[in-house]
Design a protein around this ligand. Structure first.
Ligand code: SF4
Ligand code: SF4
Length: 289
């Protein structure tokens, strides 16, 4: 089973859920796809065994061959090339490394050079196989790293993917093709607003979804009302607890600090599995106590 853990906005406790779910199960692969700000390693303290760079192909124009016909710029659907006044400009922050420009160039004036955009670290945290993508600072292209990480998914294991917050392209790539997406939210107006956007995205990807409400005893009931209306299961609720916040700030996983929560995470997993297998209906949304 491959479970993606996402959230419409940052700071909802998504990484806490990912790390503690992974720690509560056996035979787990945890993939941190929040490549701009990966945090799982802070709690898992893994032993890194392998690391390898991730690069994307970047076009380099040999101006001695180029006749400035402009065909490369026309072919680039990402507007990463412009041909003006006898020169070819390349905007690397827009380039997806698709190779269309070098393929189309009639003069064979474009060569593809690999530009390193980040690294992938592979290691162990206890029994957990840990994979961590890390984007170079200032590098805008997270997607190629996430694709590489997802290429390492081992479907014989339970796979937990920590997805970056929001609903941008890297989030779509990380969630697409997973068996279930867990959306972590808080019962606040911002939390609800971002949850709605995230639900829309996950539904477009046809990935079954459920919600975890963190800090469930603050705010109002609107998240519950929304989930009930939309037939979205709320699979667990975690009330605000000072000990959780303190453990987080010290880099200690919640279930180490409060071991009674381990059962809660196991139950969460069982519910996800049952929904995927169709043995319990999706409409099991709980109401706030
Ligand atoms: S397609 Fe090739 S020849 Fe034409 S402008 Fe681009 S690099 Fe130059
Ligand atoms: S590699 Fe693709 S995205 Fe990059 S400049 Fe060429 S056509 Fe555009």
């Amino acid at each position: 089973v491959v479970i993606s853990i996402a959230s419409g906005k940052g700071g909802t406790g998504k990484t806490t859920i990912a790390v503690n779910l992974a720690l509560s199960l056996n035979d787990v692969q945890l993939i941190d796809c929040d490549v701009e700000e990966p945090n799982c390693h802070l709690f898992l303290k893994p032993q890194i065994e392998k690391r390898f760079p991730v690069g994307i192909a970047t076009p380099e124009v040999d101006e001695s061959r180029c006749d400035y016909c402009g065909k490369c710029a026309e072919a680039c659907q990402f507007k990463a090339l412009a041909v003006i006044k006898g020169s070819v400009l390349h905007f690397s922050e827009l380039c997806h490394g698709c190779g269309a420009c070098s393929y189309i160039c009639p003069q064979k004036a474009i060569e593809e050079k690999v530009r390193e955009i980040g690294i992938i670290l592979i290691g162990k945290a206890g029994d957990i196989e840990f994979i961590n993508g890390l984007l170079n600072i200032g590098e805008p292209m997270a997607v190629p790293i996430i694709r590489k990480e997802k290429g390492l998914i081992d479907r014989r294991k339970t796979v937990v993917i920590d997805v970056q917050p929001g609903t941008s392209c890297p989030v779509v790539v990380a969630v697409r093709g997973t068996d279930f997406c867990l959306l972590v939210t808080e019962p606040t107006p911002f939390g609800l607003n971002d949850l709605k956007i995230a639900v829309e995205m996950v539904r477009k990807l046809s990935v079954p979804l459920g919600v975890v409400v963190n800090c469930s005893d603050i705010g109002d009931r609107k998240v519950w009302d929304y989930c009930n209306r939309e037939n979205i299961p709320i699979l667990t609720e975690i009330p605000w607890d000072r000990r959780i916040a303190e453990a987080y700030s010290r880099g200690i996983p919640l279930i180490e600090e409060m071991p009674d929560h381990k059962e809660k995470f196991r139950l969460l997993y069982n519910q996800i599995e049952a929904i995927i297998e169709g043995t319990i209906p999706k409409s099991i949304a709980q109401t706030k106590n």
